[in-house]
Design a protein around this ligand. Sequence first.
Ligand SMILES: [Zn+2]
Length: 559
Amino acid sequence: MGVLRRMAAGGAVAMSLVALSGCGGSSETTHRGAIPLVSTSDLPAAQPGDVHLFGINDLHGNLEPPEASNGQVGEYTAGGAAYLATHLQRLRAAYPDSAVVSAGDNIGASPLVSSLFHDEPTIGYLNQIGVAASAVGNHELDHGVVELGRLRAGGCALDGCSPGEPFTGTHFDFLAANLTDSRGEPPAGVRPWTMLTIGGHKIGVVGVVTPDTVNLVFPEGIRGYTFGEEAEAINKYVPAMKQAGAETVVALVHDGGAQGTPAKTTDYNGCADISPDVPALAAHTDPAVRVLLTGHSHQAYNCEFDGKVVTQASSYGRLITDVTLRFDHGKVSAHAVNRVATRDVAPDPAVDKSIAFFSGQAAPRAQRVVGTATAPLTRSDRGGGESPLGAVIADAMLDVTHDSAQAVAAFMNPGGVRADIGPGPITYGSIYETQPFGNQVVTVTLTGRQILDLLEQQWDNKSKPAVLSVAGISYSYDDKAAPGHKVIADSVRIGDRPVNPVATYRVTTNNFLASGGDGFAVFTRGTDTAVGPTDLDALETYLRDRGAVGPPEERVQRR
Ligand SMILES: [Zn+2]
């Protein structure tokens, strides 16, 4: 299925479903009018025999209410684990024959309150809200299959135990039918499917994870495992689920698409101009599969194709997909509603208490000083398009791969630098805010010609050139020159020498750009890929080793 790679580092594909207000209640304005709020007040009465599933996806450890556009569904403010818990309690009270399920990326690329403690606080939360099964998301594999097994089973991380109660692992199964080793087996702690018995009905629940995971996580962490085609993997296990008594099958799919409508008018319960991979997934799965709860693209949609429901609940706990399964003499029908997890309900006190505990524990760790800035390190363009902070990050990426991967230059995308660093002591919390995605540093071999092509690709985006911050390379460009000729060819130097088009160079970037993010397709033609530590670890090491860092010299000149 299609993948929004931008998520890897471009961050927040934050849906901004800013609805336009309807004017004056005229029925003529329904098309452009406000999108109505569907939440958990006024829930329809439970119908005897119905089973409900409450689906979430891509929580990404957002225990505290997410900010700005990450905490909006259109005009409605939403998200925050304690509010989400209250909405789920309301749903459970209205529909006792029910279960909570997740389509993955519960953890990873998460705020400090969770990530500092190996996302154990989020696992504890998922247990608290009664998650019964979750797909493996690519981010569940950020730290490899062994760490995922620990998160399932409990126990301390390699670098020590987290504060608070001993960590006992998930109370639910991680599902990934398409993640297998050479014998066709999943890693420890992962199963292809599980059976939920709800209201006397047996429901087979199967999970799959995007095959693009190979490009999104540390290769070392998934060594020996392959990611199969999703529909094929789902279908493979349908007979076994039926044999075990499943009356219907629900798929938790960590992959997804998007509606094609402008964000401002997108209905979170709509299916307008949906990307073709969404109906394709429905078409390719076995008829026994009635519901596909998807994720990964952080989008909201609610589609139906030939009696199959395919949905996604945005991200960060802003929406809950409320699925109704109706059983009628062996026939099962499904219907879904995306409900907004608004913040106008009382937050769940038990959830609030555990978040407060971990944020108290996180504070001193976030305040740990990792270096000093001799002047502000900002994300802002300083004339040529690159930024001082982007250049420092590129320096850090080059530094960490210079010896280990023979890198001679590094490239950093402007959109991946998420916060400025002020002058004075630099805290771990501040560098985390700058580099919150948990991206890995990747080194590839490119020819000099490919590097020149890469620089020209900065102008491929017509609205605004994406000038990369660089290290180990310098050049000048002429904005007004014809496309493909912006970079002044004999100005490009790598190290202290002019670039040689036929020579090869080891260049470093993050896994977002390395996989062609922001349209930099040249990186995907790189060879001899070497994956290094996370960008955050590289930056911390660099700042600690240097002691004091100021804005580096300008490396990109606009003529
Ligand atoms: Zn994902």
